[in-house]
Structures are given as C-alpha cells and as structure tokens.
Design a protein around this ligand. Structure first.
Ligand code: 4AD
Ligand code: MG
Length: 466
C-alpha cells in the first residue's frame, strides 16, 4: 500500500500511473448519470483536494459511494493520472474505497460544503480546522514559525524558554491573570484583612506572564544574542480585532546593541520571513488572495521591498497636527497615539511600514533607556498598514542609578526587581530588544482581519470555549 499525502503528490513528484493510497475526508461528491462518481478528497496537507473517479462497477458503489457526504473519512486506492480537466492537475482512478467514518446527520453538519461566515466558524472552532480557509491559515502559521526559527538560527541567536508563571509584572503595569491555588470560598487573610498570599502555592502573589523580556535579558547578558517564543497573557478589557487575552509573542534581545541595531534587525527579520512565505506558501497565499483579501501579495511585497520609515514621536505629532484632520482624540504632544492616529500615519500618510521612536518617557515602561534629553526614551514601535502596532521594543536602561530613579518615579518596588537590577550591578552592557505579536503578523500576512481567526482557540473577554 503506497500511502501518500496530497502534498506528496504535488511536491514530491509521485510517479504518474503509479498506484497510490490516500487517507482523508470527503470535500464533495457528485454522481453523474453515466454511472461515474467524482469524489473530491482533502487531507489537510495541501490546499488542493484530489479528485477520485469511481465507476459504478465497484462492489460498494451503491452501498457506500452513493451515500458519501462532505466530511466522511475515507481510505482510497487507485491509479494516479494527470487530469484531463483543467480544474485540477491530478486525479485518481479508484480501485478501492473504504469508508472509515460517516457523518451522523449531513443536513446539520456544521462545516458542510457551503460558505460559512467567520462568526459561525468561531462557534464551531473544533470543526473549523476542516475548512480551506483555516487549513490555509494553519499551514502558513506553521511556516511562519519555522521561518522565524530559521532566521534566528542563521543569525546565531539562541532560543531560550522563559517562564509562563511569574511573580513580577514585566511591563511594570497592566492587567495580569492571577495564578492561585487558594480556596476562593475560604481565602486566608492577614490581621489587616488583606489576602495572605504566603499561604498560596508559590508563597507570594503569582500571575501568567505578560512578557518574557526581563527573563530573556538575563540570558542576553550572558549568551549575547537570544530570543524567546511562547504564549503571553494579558487581562486587558480590549474587545478589538487586534487583541487576544492569550497570544504568542516573539521576543528578541541582544547585548552590546543600541536602538538602531535592533531597528535594522527587526526590518531584516520581516524581510526574511516575507520572502520565505512568498517562496514556501504560495499555494495557500494564492488561495487567500483569491478568496479573502486581494491585497496580500502586495502587502508581503511591501514588507520585503520597502525601506521602512523611521521617524521620531515628536515628528509624528507634527504631521498629525498639520494634517488638519478632525481626529476623535486630539493630538497633544506627550500623549499616547491612538489607533486612529497610527492608522492615519501608516495607512494614509506613508502607506508602508513605519517605525516610530523616541517616545516621551511617561508613555513607556520603566526599563527603557533614557535619552540624553532626559525627556524621551530609546523606544520604538513598528507599525504596518491595516494592523497598526506589530512590534514594540527599546534599548534597555543599563545604568543602575537611572534605572532606580525610573522605578522610583513609577512607584515600583526596587526590591521586587532585585535580580533584574543585578544585571546592571555585575558587568552591565548596553542591550536592546523587541517583542512581536505573532498573530498580528499572521493577520498582516494572510489578510484575515480578525485576530480570533489566526489562533486555533482564541481567548478573549468572555470567551474561553474549547
Ligand atoms: O508592545 P508590547 O507590550 O511589548 C512588550 O511586551 C515588550 N516587553 C517587548 C520587548 O521589548 N521584549 O508587546 C509586544 C507586541 C505588540 O507590539 C503587539 O504586536 C503584541 O505584542 N501584542 C498583542 N497581540 C495580541 N493581543 C494582545 N493583547 C497584544 N498585546 C500586545
Ligand atoms: Mg507596545
């Protein structure tokens, strides 16, 4: 039994006229009056399904083939031939079909062959992986992960895991998910009425991490070039198409580097991966370009070929002020840019990736390096069209006295950050890094706009199903 996948057939030049066995699911089945059935089978390995032609002389033609519906699992064997029709390249002349699993009630099968809305598919997230769309996204997601690891390997970066459970807020602020084994119905209290976290599993308050950055900095200050890649958690109440409560973040950190070094590196990384995706995922990209978003190839080419704009926060404020556009939120030097402002700058003004740098220190986290003006920090946000912020990063404050000053200003307890401060006390070095939201990158690449469709089982406010 020469078992092959559809990907094998398309990529590995399986010899035409050889006998093959395919295992998969029925996409559709059409029976002609001439006693022939055309069964389209997919196995998820490739965007194309393969057409199988069955004659009514087969022993189980009436009992099985005529009863096939979308979703049935099957094993088919037959001769692989070049298709005469122009719908597909190959077909199989069926010798044998074995139905492994039937569909209980085809009329109510949640992912039947017709087109379904994204909202419907989210409600059946356990079955939506069977659709062409989620299949394409999943394969691109896999290649994107591979391409990032390859890129870092080629550049001699080491992959370091960072913990998911933490007792420190890496961003110094923001909402974290609590991790606790305390009995919610009988919480131990201190004399003053506060919760006695000494009784909790780790002996202190603990949370799911919002970023592995502080941990990865320790390894950058030893192995020089490192990255971490894993799930990250934010309990922000942001019900938008860009926010997940659980998302994957890639975080990069390099010793003896400044802000410009990591800007160059981030640009280089995005160019590498866009080239990789255009080369290795073209069949899925073409499918998405045709069915979801006709601009995605142009989008990938923008990442690959354009020189990204590099501009200071203050200059962005000037452009916004001079635009004379009535934004919902007014433009004030020193305030955060709203997503509306960012969209104007990227989508309308520059129309290509933009790196905004040197933000006022008040807008950014405690660890960012203070610039000589004592007002701004060596921070950067990389924005891409239609998405907004894709990457956030900075040069890190490597001078202990200034770091301590920043902790004080932000009312963060120095003692909590004792090990982080030690990096500055023992052989400190200038270093810099950034974090990239993986699903946001995937959203840009696939042209699928809602971040809930770019992770198999999205976790958002009021939703942790499946
Ligand atoms: O800008 P952020 O908050 O930066 C950090 O966490 C730094 N510690 C990174 C570093 O320098 N090592 O987050 C980084 C990126 C954002 O630019 C965005 O792409 C993504 O993570 N991100 C989210 N993606 C999906 N859902 C959310 N709720 C996200 N919050 C941030
Ligand atoms: Mg950010």
């Amino acid at each position: 039994m020469n078992v092959v996948s559809i990907l094998n057939i398309y990529k590995d030049d399986i010899i035409v006229n050889s006998h093959v066995t395919i295992r998969g699911w029925v996409k559709s089945c059409r029976n002609s009056k001439l006693g022939l059935s055309f069964i389209s089978i997919y196995d998820g390995s490739y965007i194309e399904s393969i057409q199988v032609i069955a004659k009514n002389t087969l022993s189980n033609y009436d009992t099985d083939i005529l009863r096939l519906t979308t979703g049935c699992s099957v094993i088919v064997s037959g001769k692989l031939i070049l298709s005469i029709g122009n719908q597909q390249k190959y077909e199989i002349q069926l010798n044998n079909i074995q139905v492994i699993g039937w569909i209980e009630n085809p009329d109510t099968y949640p992912v039947s062959a017709k087109k379904h809305s994204m909202e419907h598919l989210r409600k059946v997230a356990h079955l939506r992986s069977r659709t062409n769309l989620i299949g394409a996204i999943s394969r691109i997601r896999n290649h994107l992960m591979q391409s990032l690891h390859r890129f870092f390997d080629k550049n001699y970066y080491f992959w370091i895991p960072t913990p998911i459970i933490t007792t420190l807020n890496a961003e110094g602020a923001g909402d974290m998910f609590r991790v606790s084994t305390l009995d919610m119905h009988n919480i131990p209290k201190n004399i003053d009425g506060s919760v006695n976290f000494k009784k909790d599993f780790f002996g202190k308050e603990s949370f799911l991490t919002v970023s592995g950055q502080l941990n990865i900095e320790t390894y950058a200050c030893a192995l020089s070039k490192v990255y971490t890649f894993g799930p990250t958690f934010r309990a922000e109440n942001s019900n938008t198409v860009r926010h997940l409560a659980e998302f994957w973040m890639l975080e990069v950190e390099s010793a003896f580097s400044d802000l410009n070094d990591i800007l160059d590196f981030a640009e280089c990384m995005l160019k590498y991966i866009s080239k990789y995706i255009l080369k290795n995922c073209l069949s899925d990209i073409n499918f998405l370009q045709k069915h979801v978003n006709e601009h995605i190839i142009v989008g990938l080419e923008k990442l690959l070929f354009s020189n990204y704009i590099r501009i200071d926060y203050t200059d962005v404020i000037n452009i916004l002020s001079e635009s004379k556009i009535q934004f919902k939120e007014s433009i004030i030097l020193g305030n955060n840019l709203s997503s509306e402002h960012e969209r104007f700058i990227v989508d309308k003004y520059f129309k290509k990736p933009v790196i905004i740098k040197n933000y006022p220190k008040e807008l950014k986290a405690f660890y960012m390096r203070l610039n000589n003006d004592n007002k701004t920090v060596a921070a950067m946000d990389l924005l891409v069209p239609n998405i907004g912020e894709l990457i956030g990063g900075s040069q890190r404050e490597e001078r202990i006295s200034i770091l301590d000053q920043r902790l004080l200003e932000l009312r963060l307890k120095k003692e909590d950050y004792w090990w982080y401060r030690d990096l500055r006390r023992y052989g400190t070095v200038p270093h810099a890094g950034f974090g990239m939201g993986f699903e946001r990158l995937l959203s840009y690449i696939t042209g699928v706009s809602n971040i809930r469709d770019l992770i198999p089982f999205p976790r958002t406010v009021n939703n942790a199903n499946f």
